[in-house]
Design a protein around this ligand. Structure first.
Ligand SMILES: [Zn+2]
Length: 360
């Protein structure tokens, strides 16, 4: 498989950009640059980013491509007398994986400064604390190395309400085609969305295609709720970075493995992906020989549910790039899966006609 340096560069920049829910500005800066050839780019007050083709004039039905730009992070809650920071989650985390993680805290100067999520050291724990069990997030702090509250404020310029993100930096192991980093949920989807638009550029389609990088998905699909009313899609594809299950699931039940192509979910807790559109996509992939996986998720939720139930109801599929350990500090995905997701989306969009969509 050939890796495109330009696309890899975009993936690296967009994955590394800090942007937990509500603080997507840096991500959108990268996206605007990566999609600078688009004739029209708009942003709303939610920090949703809209990418429009030149034929966006309301004369054609719209295919909406959605990917959420936010990642799971934290927000500074308060500053303790010790100079350590209390924090609240911004999106869903399992607290057991947090202690000893390196993070970046935005300060009042807009700089992201390093810190470590800390739990009381084992040497000072009581017997009961040592036995472990559930860790309350309120018992964790972010230690930025300050020696007092005053120093945290005056020297480190910490203030409450500021975002915190994992500090993991993107790495690509070319030999094994493995991408390591944070925030592949859903930045790998954002990169796939932008590349899909690029490959459709200049094609005469019976649809207008609008790309949306939507904000605040991780806290309840808030950006998408606004974006869908603006875009008014006739049909939609929601891109995702979705949880891979291949390292801890019985082989017979693996449905989202690394390097097996995009995961097209039949359902999760939020949506039954439009079954006719879903079947059409699976059949098309089989006909074209495209890598694809199908899953029935026991948990989860995504923007597709918001799009499907908006307006008069919209056919939706969700195309997820498998990512191992999403919603943790360090995740793994592959360029192969990214590329296969773009290929699938491009083929689906190229094949659709308004008549076919009516049948969904
Ligand atoms: Zn996601």
């Amino acid at each position: 498989m050939k890796v495109c340096e330009r696309q890899l560069g975009i993936i690296q920049k967009i994955v590394d950009a800090p942007g937990p829910s509500g603080f997507e500005d840096e991500v959108l800066k990268v996206a605007r640059e990566a999609a600078s050839w688009m004739p029209r780019i708009e942003e709303d007050a939610m920090r949703n980013l809209f990418l429009y083709r030149k034929e966006h004039d309301g004369s054609k039905p719209v295919v909406m491509l959605d990917a959420h730009s936010d990642e799971v992070g934290f927000v500074v809650h308060s500053i303790k007398p010790s100079g350590c920071l209390r924090f609240v989650p911004d999106g869903g985390w399992s607290t057991s994986g947090l202690p000893s993680s390196k993070v970046l805290v935005r300060n009042a100067l807009g700089e992201y400064i390093p810190g470590i999520i800390a739990l009381k050291p084992v040497h000072f724990m009581t017997q009961a604390e040592r036995a472990g069990g559930n860790i309350e997030i309120s018992s964790l702090v972010i230690d930025i190395g300050a020696t007092s509250r005053q120093e945290a404020i005056e020297k480190f310029h910490i203030r409450i309400g500021e975002p915190v993100v994992p500090s993991a930096k993107f790495e690509y192991d070319e030999k094994n085609d493995l991408m390591f980093g944070k925030a592949f949920d859903c930045r790998i989807g954002c990169a796939a969305l932008i590349e899909t638009l690029r490959r459709l550029d200049g094609l005469d389609l019976p649809f207008d295609v609008v790309g949306v990088l939507s904000a605040q998905e991780e806290v309840g699909e808030r950006g998408c709720k606004v974006a869908v009313n603006k875009v008014k899609p006739a049909i939609a594809i929601a891109f995702e970075g979705c949880p891979a299950d291949d390292t801890f699931t019985e082989p017979y039940a693996i449905q989202t493995a690394l390097k097996k192509g995009p995961m097209i979910r039949h359902l999760d807790r939020s949506i039954i992906c439009s079954p006719r559109f879903q079947r059409y996509t699976l059949d098309l992939a089989a006909e074209k020989g495209l890598a694809i996986q199908e899953s029935v998720r026991e948990g989860g939720g995504n923007n597709g549910a918001v799009i499907q139930t908006a307006l008069d109801g919209t056919p939706v599929i969700v195309a997820g790039v498998p990512v191992r350990y999403i919603h943790t500090m360090n995740c793994i995905t592959s360029y192969f899966d990214y590329e296969a997701t773009v290929q699938l989306a491009v083929e689906v969009i190229k094949s659709l006609t308004p008549e076919i969509v009516k049948g969904f």
